[in-house]
Design a protein around this ligand. Structure first.
Ligand code: PLP
Length: 450
């Protein structure tokens, strides 16, 4: 059988298979790869997930994409190895549940994608006998997850750029204390500056020999594994065929697109709520049809979501029949009515975020950090517009509160417990480069530092 093909959202590069899309990261025309059509899971296949452990669900979902690329037994082993931690579903009231995606080695949901990606990438490179530099910009959590996932994978050098003033000390230490094949570069600038430098490096013909790949959410290999926990949550909470609601704290919209992918593959989803902080370009677009990226991006307590122009919007727009280029320009308007049927989006200010952390703690003794609180409040905003009608709803908590101890303590008066993996990292010595948001400097670093 022929392998599934992936097309660029800019429509100017040839369609490629998963392996190629994965190793390139971004398409040559600067678009993002997206499946030409989505493989389907039948209602029976989805119903069978109810009795399966997470890694087995991951295998059944992802094998629809890897047919002809990775042998089934190898994929099954990778899934079992990558997903060896808990995914708590905490009931809050009625059928409203918080899904904690924060039990991986760097205490953020980004471990789910990074751990799968690292294993697949390591496998592809070993098959080819090649070497690769993974270049990634982080607003806090990606860097740590990617650095940990790729640490000591042969053939791979990892370079992480982060905005020096926008990440918490624990977030930073989870990146800068790794040695060996992992390098971290602190940039005097914002996340968008880091992301722009990474994009420029990818577009730079004089760096083609390195070669570079991305672990940012623009990589399709990052996106597909993020569809699995939606199937998992539904398998534990929804009856066969029953719809479910998800509220996803969103920055680059990779997590939210995971929910979209699950829906496209056949999961009955009533609504996907994309909850954002003050970076509200998307809710405004959804309401008006007019897209204006926010530049520079706005700082907020949910710092991993300080994204002025979410790169995955190009994929969302493509899914609804439109076209958006990498600068955020809409070349063809998507079907906004259809988008509004499937999606809801609201913007949650820092004041509302902090009030939510307090309220949810006081009312339910449930501890959320800022990202999860944005998702919670976005869900409540949606409830003011539509009724849940007894369906299950899942609010995603994407980071462990212990990553933001100062903020939590300020908000509710005590500091959260720190998971053991984090305690260990925080004690190690740090090692990172520090430079201005200057592409020429960064390029020379890329070329000289092995
Ligand atoms: C990255 C991140 C997000 C946003 O995810 P996107 O896929 O970029 O929308 C939300 N919460 C946390 C804790 C994150 O690290």
């Amino acid at each position: 059988m022929s392998a599934l093909l992936f097309r660029s959202t800019n429509g100017q590069s040839p369609a490629v298979n998963l392996r190629e899309a994965f190793l390139r990261g971004q398409a040559p025309d600067r678009g993002l790869y997206f499946p030409e059509k989505f493989p389907q899971l039948t209602p029976e296949e989805i119903a069978a997930f109810a009795k399966l452990p997470y890694h087995e669900i991951a295998f059944r979902v992802l094998s629809k994409y890897t047919d002809g690329i990775i042998p089934a037994a190898a994929l099954a082993a990778i899934c079992a190895d990558a997903y060896n931690f808990e995914i708590p579903l905490e009931k809050v009231y009625d059928r409203v549940v918080v899904m904690r995606l924060d039990q991986g080695p760097t205490a953020s949901f980004k471990d789910f994608a990074a751990r799968m990606m690292a294993r697949l990438m390591g496998r592809f490179l070993a098959e080819d006998g090649k070497q690769l530099t993974i270049l990634t910009a982080t607003s806090g959590d990606t860097g740590a997850a990617v650095a940990h996932a790729f640490h000591n994978v042969p053939g791979i050098r990892v370079i992480v750029l982060f905005p020096i003033d926008e990440v918490s000390l624990s977030q930073r230490k989870l990146m800068t204390t790794l040695t060996g094949n992992v390098r971290t570069v602190a940039i005097d600038g914002k996340f968008d500056d880091c992301q722009a430098m990474v994009k420029q490096a990818f577009a730079d013909a004089s760096l083609k020999h390195l070669p570079l790949s991305s672990a940012n959410s623009i990589n399709i290999g990052r996106l597909l594994p993020q569809s699995v926990y939606y199937f998992y949550a539904a398998s534990r909470l929804a009856k066969p065929g029953e719809e479910i609601v998800f509220s996803v704290p969103s920055g680059n919209f990779g997590d939210m697109m995971g929910a979209m992918v699950a829906k496209q593959m056949g999961l009955p989803v009533r609504k996907i709520i994309a909850s954002v902080n003050d970076n509200d370009a998307f809710p405004k677009f959804l309401a008006s049809g007019h897209y204006e990226k926010i530049s520079p991006s706005r700082n907020s307590v949910s710092n991993a979501m300080n994204v002025g122009h979410p790169s995955n919007l190009a994929r969302l727009v493509a899914l609804y029949g439109g076209q958006m280029d990498e600068t955020g320009k809409i070349l063809r308007q998507p079907n906004l009515d259809a988008m509004r049927r499937d999606l809801f989006s609201s913007s949650v200010s820092d004041d509302r975020t902090r009030a939510t952390i307090r309220e949810v703690w006081n009312k339910y003794e449930l501890l959320l950090e800022a990202h999860g609180a944005v998702a919670w409040r976005g869900f409540e905003d949606w409830l003011e517009t539509e009724s849940l009608n007894g369906l299950p709803a899942v609010i995603l908590e994407t980071a462990n509160p212990a990553k933001f101890p100062e903020e939590i303590e300020k908000t509710i008066g005590f500091a959260p417990d720190v998971p053991p993996a984090m305690t260990a990292a925080i004690k190690l010595p740090e090692d990172f480069e520090h430079m201005g948001a200057d592409y020429a400097k960064f390029k020379s670093y890329l070329l000289t530092r092995n």
